[in-house]
Design a binder for this molecule. Structure first.
Ligand SMILES: Cc1cc2nc3c(=O)[nH]c(=O)nc-3n(C[C@H](O)[C@H](O)[C@H](O)COP(=O)(O)O)c2cc1C
Length: 68
């Protein structure tokens, strides 16, 4: 069964466009190889992300995003 997770997080104020592009590149690469789909939105200093895939993979990924 697919597991869904949606969260909102506050970016550091000094985040750059290049850093956001790096996150997207990493996410597209890792997520497609691990059957994770979703959507990453950045607006006015906030990220909103939807993730869908296996529960174990999403939980591991979320640990890594939280550390980031
Ligand atoms: C808001 C945000 C969303 C992220 N989303 C993903 C994602 O969907 N998939 C992914 O692989 N990495 C994502 N990352 C990057 C991970 O946090 C992490 O840097 C990456 O998985 C590499 O981890 P590692 O250095 O421990 O190997 C995101 C980072 C941030 C700040």
């Amino acid at each position: 069964m697919l597991y869904n997770l949606t969260y909102r997080s506050i970016a550091i104020p000094e985040i750059t466009y290049e850093q956001i592009e790096d996150i997207l590149k990493t996410a597209r690469n890792f997520n497609s190889k691990n059957d994770i789909s979703g959507c990453l939105v950045f607006n006015k200093g906030y990220f909103i992300q939807l993730l869908e895939g296996s529960k174990a993979t999403i939980k591991e990924l979320m640990d890594s995003i939280e550390r980031d």
